[in-house]
Design a binder for this molecule. Structure first.
Ligand SMILES: C[S@@+](CC[C@H](N)C(=O)[O-])C[C@H]1O[C@@H](n2cnc3c(N)ncnc32)[C@H](O)[C@@H]1O
Length: 267
């Protein structure tokens, strides 16, 4: 991944973390932010978020609830790639209990600071936030039971490397539970770029079949990619209001072209 691109992504998420720390929300619709198109309360049932600090919930930038697929058990070791303000890590910590462990990995200092503040607010001891890249995970081979991630892998220009790294750190029989944006049909590049302004996170979204193929190529079995929240033209219009830079014809083309999906697989 080019350092330049990494620095841009870090700057972007660093600014969002700063905003949340000063009492704002993570929502940055219209600024190409990778944020929840669908309100997170629609995909996180209240049980998952019970006991989490408000600051972790308002920092949510995900596009699905990976915990639904993760089916975590007490004592398991979990890794969340691109953990942001820590929402999924802190939620997972409740399910694995004191005998388990949840790692959150992120490259952005401000996000790690926010996540550590949220960890202190919640008072959990089975959580550790690590600094690093999802393309080069700083954990040993076969050391993790479940790898989660939420709306992060689409940001990586080297997704095959990310999948190989996930495979490496998972123990045999370990599970993948990912929320991510996928593309469901082809859209001309110029329209994809214009829609990115309003939807966010779609610029690097993989086609749904390619997502399945790349996971299988990395060695995974039982691969499932399930679109959960399809981004219709009315959702894009509601985000953009009158200011959309997409013509009616463009909106037709982008209608239903992207979705927040849940992705499961087994090593
Ligand atoms: C869209 S936010 C999602 C945060 C969190 N998963 C959530 O659901 O709220 C993306 C996060 O991934 C981190 N990130 C992006 N690319 C990364 C990479 N290559 N390695 C590590 N972290 C990355 C960013 O710093 C940011 O915190």
């Amino acid at each position: 991944m080019s350092e330049d691109l990494r620095e841009k992504v870090k700057k972007h998420y660093g600014a969002i973390a700063g905003k949340v720390q000063t009492g704002g929300s993570s929502c940055c619709c219209g600024t190409s932010c990778c944020s929840s198109v669908v309100n997170p309360s629609l995909f996180y049932e209240s049980d998952y978020l019970k006991g989490l600090p408000d600051e972790a919930v308002t920092a949510s930038l995900g596009c699905a609830n990976p915990l639904v697929l993760a089916d975590l058990e007490e004592g398991e070791v979990v890794l969340d790639l691109g953990s942001g303000g820590g929402i999924d890590v802190l939620a997972a910590s409740k399910y694995v209990g004191p005998g388990g462990k949840v790692y959150g990995l992120d490259m952005t200092d401000e996000m790690l600071a926010l996540a550590n503040q949220n960890k202190e607010r919640m008072g959990v001891t089975n959580v550790e936030f690590l600094k690093g890249y999802i393309e080069d995970i700083p954990l040993p081979d076969s050391s993790v039971d479940v790898v989660m991630s939420n709306c992060v892998i689409n940001l990586s220009p080297d997704k095959e490397k990310v999948f190989r790294e996930i495979y490496r750190v998972l123990r045999p029989g370990g599970r993948v539970a990912i929320g991510d944006i996928v593309s469901l049909k082809e859209v001309p590049e110029v329209i994809r770029r214009a829609a990115e302004m309003w939807v966010g996170c779609i610029a690097g979204a993989l086609n749904i079949d390619v997502y399945r193929q790349l996971l299988a190529k990395a060695g995974f079995r039982e691969v499932e990619v399930r679109p959960e929240h399809v981004y219709t033209k009315s959702i894009i219009e509601s985000l953009a209001g009158d200011t959309t830079n997409l013509s009616p014809g463009d909106l037709e083309k982008v209608d239903g072209a992207f979705a927040g999906a849940l992705i499961g697989a087994t090593k």
